[in-house]
Design a binder for this molecule. Sequence first.
Ligand SMILES: Nc1ncnc2c1ncn2[C@@H]1O[C@H](COP(=O)(O)OP(=O)(O)OP(=O)(O)O)[C@@H](O)[C@H]1O
Ligand SMILES: [Mg+2]
Length: 455
Amino acid sequence: MHPSTPETGRVLLVDDEAAFQRLGGNFLRSLGHEVDIAGDGDAALSRFAKQRPELVLLDLAMPPHRDPERGLELIPRLAGVPVVVLTGHGEHELALRAAELGAWDFITKPIDPDLLRFVVARALRKSRLDAELARLRAGQEFDESGLVGLTPPMQQLRAMVRRVAPTRVSVLVLGPTGTGKELVARALHEGSPRRDGPFVVVHCGALSAELLESELFGHMKGSFTGAYRDQPGLVEAAHGGTLFLDEVGEMPPPMQVKLLRFLQEGTFIPVGGRAQRQADVRVLSATHRDLEAMVREGGFREDLFYRLKGVILRTPALAERTADVPLLAARFLKGVAPQARFAAGALAWVTARGWPGNVRELKAIVESAGALLLPDQSEVDTELLTLAAGDGTEPRRTLEPPGGTGVLDAALNELERRLIQDAMSAAGGNQSEAARQLGVSRVGLIKKLTRLGLR
Ligand SMILES: Nc1ncnc2c1ncn2[C@@H]1O[C@H](COP(=O)(O)OP(=O)(O)OP(=O)(O)O)[C@@H](O)[C@H]1O
Ligand SMILES: [Mg+2]
């Protein structure tokens, strides 16, 4: 066999029917593939581990009772190679479930040999490209998204990014300012087959409807004063790549109509032009505005909203994932001052401070604190951070118990902070009542509020 030639490779055939094992196996071998055969789930997993196939052909019906659930369970465990599922006629629902679990393609039995040959060849190509990509990425410490964060909302976001990036689906990224919406958009582009194509950002809020139209779709010479020559727009510049409509909530209504037409038909007409043009772009968009409310109130076209939100990804406010703050702070400090560390208590300060400007604000303050380090100084302490943050007049110093690691302090502060905030809002802002609920004196509560920067 020649498992390394482009057309042939190592195939694992999982099927409990002896007749198909023989027929399918012989057919694949006749095409030059190296074929391994398993008759049940256990055998499939052990062959998978040993043979390291480049692709798996899987009949879902598994012994003892030709149970397709057993076949479905196998799919996630055959990770890393394309799984082509063999289904019976009319088993659409099974096929869909298999796809959700990560199956790559299907063939319906009885199998058409030409189709089998084609699907196998295509799956092998994919398998090799994936392997090549993994090799290229390894060693570059390639963080597939650049999104720092280990809290559940961030893990979820990263998983969603990984999931939708390779598709053509339009993605709408919603979230407060400074929470990484643009970073998500870039990660979606980088994780897509268009990654070698352009990533073009359009700032929808910065321009009037007229200028935005010409910016997006281009204009013809003489179409308005100052249009001295034909000028292609950003849509054309993004051909073969990704068009990112940033601040899409600010798009003026007349422009919303024109954008919708482009999204529906894939064609557009430059300002002052007559002929329709085409561009192949994937559209991503983002806004910090509450777009759903804008749609309800008529400020944003509903039909456009539905076009943009093939999938909605939400970037969480930093307050919803305080545990990521130390991680982000450490990453940002390393970026500007690789040798520097946070002093004891400094990370607690960072974690306890509210971040209305979210990650962007955190990044700015940590980076300027890093830049304020003197040549013989290697620790960023609360004082430096307070200075960088401009919070100087009323320092929100957190306690720095001797020997504290910072991270524990931060966690405790955060817990205290939440309990206090809950009690305060339950008490309608009444400090005496909140203090009573918390079982502390009113003065004690005020001290805590001051220390945690909640006043
Ligand atoms: N999870 C994250 N990990 C690392 N860096 C992040 C993360 N989120 C945001 N950043 C950084 O914070 C800054 C702001 O992020 P970004 O511009 O993507 O925010 P945004 O949501 O688009 O904000 P706006 O609504 O104000 O446009 C950038 O420097 C970005 O690299
Ligand atoms: Mg942005």
